[in-house]
Design a protein around this ligand. Structure first.
Ligand code: ZN
Ligand code: ZN
Length: 398
């Protein structure tokens, strides 16, 4: 049905796509916009809590300071579920195209964009833009800017064939990193990496990661190892703990054991220098303080609803720092991608298709997703893309 709906554009595009040279050329040599179609496929909701519609809508035009990005891979993050359900205090815009892990190629520049060129491989992340001149922006904390826009939340995101990025805030993807590997790093990767930086754990010191086997956790283990930390992984069950070891954890602790904190204190001879809490249940946060070393830092990245009791005595007498961390700046993003370019980070990717978006969200709501689901938006057989080109395999447009 969808391919039928596309027929208006398919003729012209196929003429370009079927060119044998296409796959081997660098995108920069394509020129600007002859192959940008008027309409694009997008997954969107019109009201909070509704099912997705996957339909053709007009391809947006980049305005002043913006770029148009042909999306090749689009990561699916649990935040997108909240964006669609509208269950966070600040509601997302409607209608909404979610997605803040968009990796692709710049195909058109808006007025005044100079440092990004057509053909650049870029990512569109959660921090769509920030004001650039407030106290947070000027102190290197643009992620706290009160005037920030967020991709797939306050502005349209990347569950679509094309997406608008802010020229100043798209991040360049190193050539060594495929779009499918890059996409999850744009949120899950940078969030784990920044959270680890915020623990202030130094090389040779210990960092314990709670919820270490999940989408963020498996990346956090790899970043922590690459940063020279000794890594302890906390998660539930033998299978997940085995996975944590495969990702590089030095020791593992089962979260169902009676005293997780005591086990960590024993393993680390006095507690962890840093604790990164990625868990989605509030009770894990209490144990995070218990397993912290004196002068340790507990960083929360997980966002479960509710509150957790904070043992004040422990906090004060042990001089423990308790801290939240949200995504990362453009520099954090560039650093987190550079780790991947050096071959130090491998994302566990599950390629999927935009047509399955409602089933994917059902799985996310039921916590049945392992690794990171990435929508393969590529229809070009592009060598830098996924090993699994879902579109091409389905013969949808070729
Ligand atoms: Zn600002
Ligand atoms: Zn591609």
């Amino acid at each position: 049905m969808l391919s039928h709906m596309r027929n208006g554009n398919i003729g012209i595009r196929n003429a370009v796509i079927s060119n044998a040279k296409f796959a081997t050329l660098k995108p920069a040599k394509f020129g600007i916009s002859n192959d940008i179609s008027k309409n694009m496929l997008a997954a969107f909701v019109e009201r909070h809590g509704e099912k997705f519609q996957v339909k053709e809508i007009p391809t947006p035009e980049p305005g002043k300071g913006q770029v148009l990005v042909k999306i090749h891979a689009s990561g699916v993050c649990h935040t997108d579920v909240h964006a669609v359900d509208g269950d966070w205090p600040v509601k997302s815009r409607l209608p909404l195209i979610p997605g803040h892990e968009g990796a692709g190629v710049v195909v058109k520049l808006g007025e005044g964009v100079e440092h990004v060129a057509v053909g650049d491989r870029v990512g569109i992340a959660w921090l769509h833009s920030a004001c650039g001149h407030c106290e947070h922006c000027t102190s290197g904390w643009e992620t706290l800017c009160l005037k920030q826009q967020n991709s797939g939340y306050s502005v349209q995101g990347c569950y679509s064939e094309y997406a608008i990025g802010q020229g100043s805030h798209v991040v360049k993807i190193p050539d060594q990193v495929s779009f499918e590997q890059a996409a999850p790093l744009l949120c899950a990767g940078v969030t784990s990496y920044k959270g680890l930086k915020e623990t202030e754990v130094k090389p040779g010191e210990t960092c314990v990661i709670i919820g270490a086997a999940g989408g963020l956790g498996h990346l956090a283990i790899q970043y922590a190892k690459a940063m020279g930390m000794i890594v302890g992984a906390v998660d539930v069950g033998k299978e997940k703990l085995e996975a944590c070891k495969r990702f590089g954890a030095d020791f593992v602790v089962d979260a169902t054991s009676k005293s997780i904190a005591n086990e960590v204190i024993e393993q680390t001879n006095g507690g962890a220098h840093g604790v990164l809490c990625l868990a989605t249940n509030a009770s894990a946060f209490e144990s995070a303080i218990g397993m912290s070393r004196r002068r340790g830092t507990v960083v929360s990245v997980g966002l479960p609803p509710g509150a957790f009791p904070t043992p004040i005595f422990q906090l004060v007498l042990n001089r423990i720092t308790l801290r939240g961390s949200i995504v990362g700046t453009r520099l954090d993003l560039q650093e987190s991608l550079d780790f991947a370019a050096r071959g130090l980070i491998k994302v566990s990717v599950q390629p999927d298709n935009i047509d399955n978006i409602n089933e994917i969200f059902d799985k996310l709501r039921g916590s049945k997703v392992e690794g990171r689901i990435v929508l393969d938006m590529c229809n070009e057989g592009h060598p830098n893309c996924a090993t699994n080109h879902a579109y091409a395999a389905r013969g949808r447009r070729r």
